[in-house]
Design a protein around this ligand. Structure first.
Ligand code: FAD
Length: 442
């Protein structure tokens, strides 16, 4: 008879959520194993070498407004690896473009993206905006007052039509490949909190994957193990049964830190509260990393680190990130070209050569001659890139968190429980770990 390996806690997924959870559980003295379907850690927070340069496969930068990730970096001795990312940004709409600096919001006006008449209603909303600065930007539960409102209507009422359309919609499209109107006001509310805290962007020397790699190195992570099914015990105090591509496992508790799609496939019997949070739709991500022999010259792409494409633009792109302007000390150069979601869905099944050609064609209007400069490329596909936060979703998340029975043997820690950024994913892992640690102590 085949023996079944038995663990105290199994964490499914070695992204930042699962690794943060496992790190906290191990620190509390629990025996924890992480099962990861891919060959390496990090998921949507991982870095890949392309043509002598670096490409961020998912998250492109961190924010000084984050709370949990800076703490993890300090704990792991990585705080000296911080590199400030240039705030210089280019917004494009067809053949028109504007420059601004995210570290100097007044440059939205001097760069022409906003007009004086756009700024007057925004100035009126400034007092209320300052109050948002104190709120947690990694706990969706703190935004329940905005959960019932449309993001677009809220932004228009708070900042006026010009700012809502020319800045907030642009940001949501460029950063999350989403429409502002499809999200609740919690999303622009939390983005406003970052702005009110005067947050700026930074990266890590060696890329953001440095963090997830360092976390994984301290943990028991098993790679190339796909979890197919997670079944709750028949009776209280029983063990959870896990079916994996490498055979069955058992554990006292299982924490599932994967996006909504795989989580739904794993759980044959979701509770109504679990089913409600798992219904969140996602934007689709398609990224082409184009490695160049030399870094861009200072005046190319306007010297910008990030190029944000307006939702109304005919371009198939949402954004471009220029690696040398995230970390000027890094070797090589990589342009990460991110498709808007309709184009991403259309091209996702195309072969890598076709995606690379589409990316080069799409950037060419702003960087003529690009095709001859690309020395290598890498395509990354995310069927579930970033979760939307539709109206009412925050309440569903709060119900899940509040009504989760104590000593529950299955806990959710996926990104659909929070905002679509790494610090929120880390929060999900930390929250689930703290629930388990409290149950264990009790
Ligand atoms: C293109 C893009 C740009 C982004 N930009 C930013 C940014 O600039 N800043 C920022 O802070 N955030 C950004 N984000 C969001 C951020 O990357 C995510 O919020 C965060 O990385 C999600 O972490 P996670 O651990 O919840 O999920 P993931 O990173 O997806 O981790 C889940 C892990 O589970 C594994 N897995 C899945 N199914 C199974 C299975 N059946 N069995 C075992 N393992 C499984 C996966 O392989 C993966 O490693 C971006 C995301 C994308 C896609």
């Amino acid at each position: 008879m085949r023996s079944v390996r038995s663990d105290q806690v199994i964490v499914v997924g070695a992204g930042i959520a699962g690794l943060t959870a496992a790190h906290r559980l191990a620190a509390a003295g629990l025996q924890v194993s992480v099962l990861e379907a891919e060959h390496g850690p990090g998921g949507r927070m991982s870095t890949q070498a392309v043509g002598g340069g670096l490409m961020e496969r998912g998250a492109q930068f961190l924010s000084t407004g984050y709370e949990i990730i800076p703490e993890l970096l300090r704990t792991l001795g990585l705080a000296d690896q911080f590199v400030k990312v240039s705030g210089r940004t280019m917004a494009v709409d067809g053949d028109r473009s504007w420059w601004f600096d995210t570290d100097r919001p007044q440059s939205l006006l001097s760069g022409g993206l906003l007009r004086v008449r756009d700024v007057i209603p925004a100035a009126r909303g400034q007092w209320a905006t300052r109050k948002l600065a104190a709120r947690s930007t990694n706990d969706l539960g703190r935004w329940s007052d905005l959960d019932g409102h449309s993001g677009l209507e809220w932004a228009q009422a708070r900042f006026g039509f010009g700012v809502a359309h020319r800045v907030t919609s642009l940001t949501v499209h460029g950063l999350f490949f989403q429409e502002l109107a499809a999200n609740s006001a919690a999303l622009p509310g939390a983005l406003t909190a970052f702005l009110a805290r005067a947050s700026s962007a930074y990266t890590l020397r060696g890329g953001l994957g440095t963090l997830t790699t360092a976390l994984a190195a301290k943990l028991d992570v098993e790679y190339d193990v796909r979890v197919e099914r997670v079944e709750r015990p028949d009776s209280p105090g029983g063990r959870v049964t896990i079916t994996t591509s490498r055979g069955p496992r058992e554990a006292d508790a299982v924490m599932i830190a994967t996006p909504a799609g795989p989580t739904t496939r794993m759980l044959p019997d979701p509770t109504p509260d679990e089913a409600a949070v798992l219904r969140t739709p996602y934007s689709c991500g398609l990224l082409a990393g184009l490695a160049l022999a030399e870094p861009l010259a200072d005046d190319e792409l306007g010297g910008a680190y990030g190029v944000l494409v307006t939702p109304s633009s005919p371009s198939p792109l949402a954004a471009i990130a220029v690696y040398s302007r995230a970390d000027a000390t890094a070797a090589g150069e990589v342009l990460t070209v991110m498709f808007r979601q309709d184009a991403a869905r259309r091209l996702t099944d195309a072969d890598d050569g076709e995606v690379r050609a589409a990316a080069v064609d799409a950037v060419a209007p702003w960087l003529p001659g690009l095709a001859d400069r690309v020395i290598a490329s890498q395509v990354t596909r995310w069927h579930e890139a970033m979760p939307y936060i539709p109206v009412g979703h925050g309440a569903a998340v709060q119900r899940y968190r509040d009504r989760l029975p104590s000593a529950s043997p299955v806990l959710l820690a996926g990104d659909y429980l929070n905002f679509p950024w790494t610090d929120s994913a880390a929060y999900n892992g930390r929250w689930a770990a703290d629930r388990l640690i409290a149950d264990h102590a009790g």
